[in-house]
Design a protein around this ligand. Structure first.
Ligand code: SAH
Ligand code: AVI
Length: 334
């Protein structure tokens, strides 16, 4: 436990690429060499991509951020009361805007505590960590720049008796079922019995609402999607021509997921020099850049329980568009 007179701190660490996850770019090579072609969603988030995501959150059609904010406004004080003072570790923290509702609730407990934001996008993480440090007098911050896997493998021990891993925004929806399973195993392994996991998930709803949210009228989502190519050009010395691709997003009802694509308007010869990769993309061919799965609350509770994460309470909005589930790691066999 940190003594209440101890000086609070702020630190940003850049995580090492350690085996078995030292694969910068390997996932791009694999994705672009497979059929259909894919690019992992984490490549959306360079500094400009994070800025565009912030703009998406404010769009009238993009209901998830607004709805989860409403839920957090109602639930944050209760969550802080239920868990007590703890270390908050946030996966994919971005600007930490919504998280502030939670952070304020923990700050109101009036004791020293810690926040560990984790994000691949270094600029937005550093900027928001500095702001939060100025705003919350009881808070120490350890920002970790890296992927979820890297951060969960390298997370330093907490000096507080309890820890809560926070995963908001339905970012879990950007994972395949297999990746969700792997992440929940990693979360389980990092938590001690009695620790918490707070998960925000986007719920199933009519196709029209979903497709509008990913095809906004101002074209911000299209810019966000195309920016991934510009990020790859800069990162790996590539020659993607952004004008030769078109944003395309549909709801796949069978898979209950939004699928976001970049469709080539004409044949493309792509080279990513730093990855030593050359590929050809046909006219009309689509690259899958993101899935965004839409969940069912009861099924998610079952899935959590299968990973020893026992649901304690859930919150939702009036329309049941979004859900927030607080679960707790239980002993084996209980
Ligand atoms: N939690 C915020 C931001 C969601 S956007 C919200 O709810 O609004 C997803 C965030 O996850 C981005 O900030 C992005 O940079 C980060 N991210 C995406 N893939 C990641 C990965 N593999 N590892 C770590 N962070 C990742
Ligand atoms: C971060 N993630 C949960 C967003 C989503 O809705 O899947 C990313 C996004 N893609 C397009 N718009 C927003």
């Amino acid at each position: 436990m940190i003594a209440s007179n101890q000086k609070r701190s702020i630190e940003i660490q850049y995580l090492e690429n350690i085996l078995p996850i030292a694969n910068d770019g390997q996932d791009v090579i694999e994705g672009l060499s497979s059929t259909p072609k894919t690019i992992p969603a984490k490549y959306f988030y360079d500094a400009y991509g994070s800025e565009l995501f912030e703009q998406i959150c404010l769009l009238p059609e993009y209901y998830p951020t607004r709805t989860e904010t409403e839920i957090l406004q109602q639930a944050s004080a209760e969550i802080a009361e239920l868990t007590g003072v703890c270390e908050l570790v946030e996966l994919g923290s971005g600007s930490s805007t919504k998280t502030r509702l939670l952070l304020s609730a923990y700050e109101n407990l009036g004791q020293p505590w810690q926040y560990v934001p984790i994000d691949v996008s270094s600029e937005i993480l550093k900027e928001s960590a500095l702001q939060l440090h100025g705003e919350y007098p009881h808070l120490s911050i350890l920002g970790l720049v890296g992927t979820y896997e890297q951060a969960l493998l390298q997370l330093p021990a907490s000096s507080l008796p309890k820890r809560m891993i926070v995963f908001l925004g339905s970012t879990l929806g950007n994972f395949t079922q297999e990746e969700c399973d792997r992440l929940f195993n990693e979360v389980r392994d990092i938590l001690q019995v009695g620790d918490y996991f707070l998960l925000g998930i986007d719920l199933q709803k009519p196709k029209e609402i979903l497709e509008k949210a990913y095809n906004d009228s101002q074209g911000v989502t299209a810019k966000f999607n195309l920016n991934m190519l510009s990020h790859l050009n800069q990162r790996y010395e590539g020659n993607f021509d952004l004008d030769s691709f078109q944003h395309h997003a549909i709801y796949n009802q069978n898979e209950q997921q939004i699928e976001m694509y970049l469709r080539a308007k004409q044949v493309q010869r792509i080279q990513l020099k730093k990855l030593d990769l050359k590929i050809e993309i046909e006219a009309g061919e689509s690259i899958l850049t993101e899935i965004s799965r839409k969940f069912n609350l009861e099924q998610m509770e079952e899935f959590l329980a299968q990973h020893r994460l026992k649901p304690i309470k859930y919150w939702t909005d009036e329309k049941q568009w979004f859900g927030l589930i607080l679960s707790q790691l239980k002993e084996y066999n209980l």
